[in-house]
Design a protein around this ligand. Structure first.
Ligand code: GKR
Ligand code: MG
Length: 432
């Protein structure tokens, strides 16, 4: 008991979380999106929590890792990767190395990448348990914070008012399908959360329309940081045209074109910095991309890179090569946001405000939701992550997952789009 760090039990709880009809190049978010909540219980009676993707392909890899962890110490986080490599096996749903790089996700879906995402949820849960046991915040376990608050950007999406047929949970944001709608959305983000940095998810409409939206944002928020991310939907030629038109306005252009080769061509033709969460998502992809000057900003994401420690390693590599660092987000809840904030707090070279989908998620599994003020989140000094699991909320969202007919358990934005537009398929890359 007491300080005993030995894992006695691991609980995996898949949930479905309400998600608004946010549009992207692949389609539209489904009414509910899967997440996995990981709980690691120690012999000392402490429970640590983590969160990661919850699609079936991740659950398949998480289950054997959960079975293998008891008996090990939550302080033994470096061993998690080796253990996962040994016990997780291959994901039957992972695609081969020659598979098509789909926009909006993390490139080719190999088992290695899926496993890193699974490990990230376990690593965070172990660090939370370790911190709670020692009375130390997670940032202290990572060497200590270098900032007391972390800047986030408002994540703007083209969106419908409701999901087709009124499915899912309603919200009061209304539709945003043109420059005026995007500016109104940004104004609300600024008013409610104080964001001063804005990222528009592009690749939805013709590039000219998205250029107009960014120009409207620049007029509404003079001097503030703006980014545009079409998730690789554009050709090199289109990317260069957009970069030229928005040259004086964008802080960076995110994944205008798909793949390192196209990104390198774009980078060679513009001074606008290019950021990515698509062509550099593993350490193995760094050498070629950096050597070719394909990206000037890497978007870290502990769910991609294999956890909080791996994120620090990525930061060191970027620092070494003079490549800037920012942070990517996918639909997530408060446990992940807390983890993102702890690691963002310890990375000295976090050069830009982090992305977060959190304001779009009205549901959560923690007792007190985290609150953005002045576009920032205060770094918690409470033990562990500084968040508490709300078991009633967790049970409700798990019940939704149990009751689902299977259609929401694997995120599929193209399938969600087909409900409104039968025959829709994810457009070829490049689309424009
Ligand atoms: O939530 O639709 C979305 C985004 O497009 C997400 O899937 C991306 O992974 O936010 C991400 C990005 O920056 O590419
Ligand atoms: Mg992106």
């Amino acid at each position: 008991m007491g300080q005993d760090l030995t894992v006695t039990e691991v609980r995996l709880t898949p949930i479905l979380v309400a998600d608004p009809p946010l549009l992207n190049t692949q389609g539209v978010h489904q009414p509910y999106t899967p997440r996995l909540i990981v709980e690691v219980v120690t012999a000392g009676g402490v429970t640590g929590v983590g969160e990661t993707y919850g699609d079936t392909k991740y659950l398949d890899l998480a289950a054997p890792l959960a079975d293998a962890l008891p008996g090990r110490a939550v302080s033994d986080v470096n061993a998690l990767h080796r253990l996962a490599e040994r016990v997780c096996g291959d994901s039957p749903e992972a695609t081969g190395a020659d598979a098509v790089d789909v926009g909006g996700l993390r490139g080719v879906q190999t088992t290695d990448k899926l496993r890193l995402s699974v490990v990230s949820g376990f690593e965070v849960a172990c660090l939370d348990a370790l911190g709670k046991t020692l009375g130390l915040p997670v940032h202290a376990l990572l060497g200590g914070k270098v900032r007391d608050a972390v800047d986030y950007s408002a994540y703007l999406f083209y969106r419908w008012a409701r999901h087709p047929g009124g499915a899912g949970e309603p919200d009061d944001w209304g539709a945003a399908l043109d420059p005026a709608g995007i500016v109104a959305q940004a104004r609300r983000f600024a008013r409610e959360y104080g964001f001063t940095s804005f990222k528009l998810k592009g690749g939805v409409f013709e590039p000219e329309q998205e250029i107009a939206a960014v120009r409207a944002l620049a007029a509404a928020f003079p001097g503030q940081h703006l980014r545009l991310d079409p998730n690789g939907a554009w050709s090199v030629e289109t990317s260069l045209k957009v970069a030229k038109e928005l040259g004086g306005v964008l802080q960076y252009l995110e994944d205008p074109a798909s793949g390192t080769a196209r990104m390198a061509e774009v980078a060679a033709g513009t001074d606008v910095p290019l950021a990515t969460n698509m062509c550099v998502t593993t350490f193995a992809e760094i050498p070629e991309a950096f050597a070719r000057g394909a990206v000037q900003v890497v978007l870290s994401d502990h769910h991609y890179w294999g956890g909080l420690q791996a994120t620090r390693e990525l930061a060191a590599v970027c620092r070494t090569f003079g490549v800037a660092l920012s942070m990517h987000s996918n639909t997530h809840l408060g446990i992940s946001l807390a983890a993102m904030t702890h690691v963002a707090a310890v990375v000295p070279n976090l050069d830009h405000a982090c992305d977060s989908h959190y304001p779009w998620q009205t549901e959560d599994v923690i007792t007190e939701r985290l609150t953005f003020r002045d576009g920032r989140l205060a770094v918690s000094d409470l033990p562990g992550l500084g968040v508490e699991l709300d078991r009633d909320r967790l049970a409700r969202l798990h019940r939704r997952w149990l009751d689902d007919d299977g259609s929401m358990r694997d995120r599929d934005d193209a399938a969600a789009m087909r409900v409104a537009e039968p025959g829709w398929t994810t457009p070829p890359v490049p689309r424009w």
